[in-house]
Write a protein of this length. Structure first.
Length: 234
């Protein structure tokens, strides 16, 4: 059994896991991002710990698995920031999905751009339902992201119009996972040289978006200094 510790513990566990892709039975075999979070939180060893919002945890597992071995350890300073970061506000799902789509659509393949553009339109359709209809920054992020892939945007508009009144009511718990999955794969498999940086930025900004909704947790572990985020102009 792994030794656990609480935020009040001022030392380190005897065995510190090493980040690696996939699931692991115990910390001696390594850990994914969320398994490490469960370890630090003193919870049962799991890659689905209850200490983190499900969609944020889903994103973290994807970024962990699709980052290169050389870049994965860069994620470690982000782990304490997801502990206790949870809530049932529907804004969280939408903002994480929107962040994922906006980060990925400039570099993803054409087919994934179309899927992400459709996801962005879905985000826009439910802004009012989650209380973000009057948030100009969110609306601008959607519009700017669609403008980054005009062909995919036009395809998505046509596809959306064809669905018309037969469009199903959006469940963002399910749709958010599809958008996040497409975005992570879109970045990881893009023909670019900075996919690791972009995956790191996606997770970092998604954590910030979630904190913006639920606030900082006073019971979380002491924050670890994070490396400066890369700046992208695309």
């Amino acid at each position: 059994m792994p030794r656990t510790f609480t935020p009040e513990f001022d030392g380190l566990p005897d065995v510190m896991p090493v980040l690696s892709p996939g699931k692991h039975r115990n910390p001696r075999q390594g850990a994914c991002f969320m398994e490490f979070a469960s370890y630090l939180a003193g919870e049962r060893w799991s890659d689905h710990p209850p200490c983190t919002h499900p969609l944020l945890a889903f994103l973290a597992r994807g970024v962990n698995d699709f980052s290169s071995d050389e870049a994965r350890n860069r994620l470690v300073p982000l782990i304490p920031s997801v502990i206790g970061l949870d809530g049932d506000d529907p804004k969280i799902d939408l903002l994480i999905a929107l962040r994922a789509a906006s980060c990925a659509i400039p570099v993803a393949s054409e087919s994934r751009q179309r899927a992400l553009a459709t996801g962005l339109l879905s985000c826009k359709q439910v802004l009012g339902e989650v209380g973000l209809a009057d948030d100009a920054r969110v609306t601008a992020r959607i519009d700017d992201s669609l403008a980054a892939a005009p062909n995919a945007r036009d395809w998505a508009w046509e596809f959306d119009s064809l669905r018309g009144k037969h469009r199903r009511s959006l469940s963002f718990t399910r749709a958010g996972r599809a958008i996040v999955s497409t975005a992570v794969l879109g970045i990881a498999q893009a023909c670019i040289g900075d996919s690791d940086d972009r995956l790191y930025e996606l997770l970092s900004l998604s954590i910030e978006d979630t904190i913006g909704v639920v606030g900082l947790r006073t019971s979380a572990p002491a924050p670890v200094q994070q490396p400066q985020l890369p700046v992208f102009t695309s």
